[in-house]
Design a protein around this ligand. Structure first.
Ligand code: SF4
Ligand code: SF4
Length: 147
């Protein structure tokens, strides 16, 4: 059985589901690593609307949480969103359900790194650019590489 959930756009691609895909243990692992209950998300969109880097992401933060709920492991692991996220906690403080979305992003990066998926390393930072990059951005990069 497959199902197309919601309106599909380039940034919100259609999700095709089977029962086995949803019940694959991925969500439980993410919840365990992050200490969060992603099932509490009701897709209000507050996280994405406040994210300073949403325009750069291929999958918006609320959509990432939805894909976690649905066990869509591959779509998430291959998403650039995990590496664009600057770990600024804006989404976390805006979530009315108390979900620490930044912690979920950390958990997802950890899973991606375990599988050898990486999109950025500190050796890729030009020293001159590093002097200009906002500190939260650098902290975000190092957080990603130390999970
Ligand atoms: S922690 Fe990441 S996803 Fe959350 S608002 Fe900041 S950049 Fe966006
Ligand atoms: S702010 Fe919280 S409840 Fe709203 S979409 Fe984001 S994760 Fe879900």
């Amino acid at each position: 059985m497959s199902e197309n959930l919601g309106l599909a756009t380039p940034r919100n691609p259609p999700v095709r589901l089977t029962r086995d895909m949803v019940n694959n243990g991925f969500k439980l692992r993410v919840n365990e690593l992050s200490g969060q209950n992603t099932d509490a998300c009701y897709q209000c969109g507050n996280c994405s609307s406040g994210c300073p880097l949403a325009q750069e992401m291929d999958i918006l933060p609320n959509r990432i949480i939805r894909l976690v709920q649905l066990g869509q492991r591959e779509d998430i692991i291959q998403s650039e969103t995990l590496w664009i996220c600057a770990s600024c906690f804006q989404c976390t403080v805006r979530c009315p359900k108390g979900i620490d979305i930044q912690a979920v992003m950390d958990a997802l990066r950890q899973i991606a790194l375990e599988e050898g998926v990486d999109h950025f390393g500190p050796d890729q930072i030009d020293p001159e650019q590093a002097a200009e990059v906002p500190q939260p951005g650098l902290v975000g990069v190092y957080r990603k590489l130390s999970t």
